[in-house]
Design a protein around this ligand. Structure first.
Ligand code: PHE
Length: 338
């Protein structure tokens, strides 16, 4: 019996020592102390075969053994918990980079519009918006483009019905603003426009413009020039030059197209500017008195300037994008670069 107890003791010590984790310990606890099949329970069961006088001595030994094993298990369990705690601490390496949460971002066109807005807000302009679905009146007639004007060719416009079309320019917003209030006016109107153009590297049937309009007493062409020069220098840098070329729009007189010195080659001539050294970025002019008449402004008292710029063009120049289609394919590999 004594030998048996010794044997169990040795075995328990050895195996508890080798235990790796909580699960091992649980198994050993059952093996040695388990109430039904545990080794100690089995010895206790055999007590009845012992001579009566030996029973207290053996009973004491068994109790000691039981306590011994319990103590060993407890110690080993604490040891394992400590080890795991340590490992847990070590597995957090605070020098490793954190998990990157993918960030959304604004579309390059939106970013460009935001930048244009920021610059003109700095000049005291307010932001307004007009509808993308327009009437012929606002999109054409009120802008001095009568019924058989070539720019009204159905080829160029998306008509919804006889009188409604998707606006081909942001200029109708000029009329909507002036109908609502009198001078002084300083607004810019960003938004989408639509034309029935065949798609290529520089044309897309949906595009964006930012319209500008300033009306007051004593507004001159110099004001137009100064405002646009300020804009260009903010947008493309101080060393960018401007060039006003005479042009024609039915709603401005005189009219101009404005070029900037090529931002790629600084005017020397390259592929982007087709060797010309200049890039056209907007149309502009002094508001035609015919337009003022349509909104009942006093043409003797007020003058104004207006301009309309192509956002895609400006965006592509600013970011060096050589194909407008890239902007609208929603390819994340492209969009993530901005
Ligand atoms: N609306 C003209 C266009 O789309 C641009 C423009 C706006 C020209 C305002 C002059 C004044 O081409």
């Amino acid at each position: 019996m004594r030998q048996n107890i010794e044997k169990i003791k040795r075995e328990a010590e050895e195996r508890i020592d080798k235990a790796q984790n909580e699960k091992d310990l649980k198994e050993l606890q059952i093996k040695f102390l388990g109430r039904r099949q545990g080794e100690i329970t089995q010895i206790l069961r055999n007590m009845k075969n012992l001579p009566f006088e030996d029973r207290p001595i053996i009973g004491k030994l068994i109790n000691e053994l039981k306590e011994e094993i319990e103590k060993k298990l407890r110690e080993k369990r604490n040891e394992i918990i400590k080890e795991e705690g340590k490992e847990g601490e070590e597995s957090i390496d605070i020098t490793l980079p954190g998990k990157r949460i993918p960030l959304g971002r604004l579309h390059p066109i939106t970013q460009t519009i935001e930048e244009i807005k920021r610059i003109f807000i700095g000049l005291g302009f307010q932001i307004v918006r007009g509808p993308e679905l327009e009437t012929e009146y606002y999109n054409f007639e009120a802008l001095n483009m009568p019924r058989y004007h070539p720019a009204r060719d159905e080829q160029d416009s998306f008509y919804i019905n006889d009188t409604h079309l998707l606006r081909t320019q942001t200029s109708p917003v000029q009329i909507r603003v002036m109908e609502k209030k009198g001078p002084p006016i300083r607004i810019i109107a960003p938004g989408k426009c639509y034309r029935r153009d065949a798609i290529d590297a520089s044309h897309f049937p949906m595009f964006h413009q930012v319209e500008g309009l300033a009306v007051d007493e004593n507004v001159t062409f110099s004001d137009l020039k100064g405002s646009l020069a300020y804009f260009v220098h903010q947008m493309f840098g101080k060393d960018t030059r401007l060039r006003f070329r005479p042009s024609f729009f039915p709603f401005t007189e005189p009219s101009a197209e404005v070029d900037i010195s090529c931002i790629m080659c600084k005017g020397k001539g390259c592929r982007v500017c087709s060797g010309k050294g200049w890039l056209e970025i907007l149309g502009a002019g002094m508001v035609d008195p015919e337009v003022f008449k349509n909104v009942n402004y006093d043409t003797e008292k007020y003058q104004g300037f207006a301009f309309g710029m192509g956002v895609e063009r400006i965006c592509m120049l600013k970011y060096g994008i050589d194909d407008i289609r890239l902007l609208f394919q929603n390819d994340l590999r492209f969009l993530k670069q901005f």
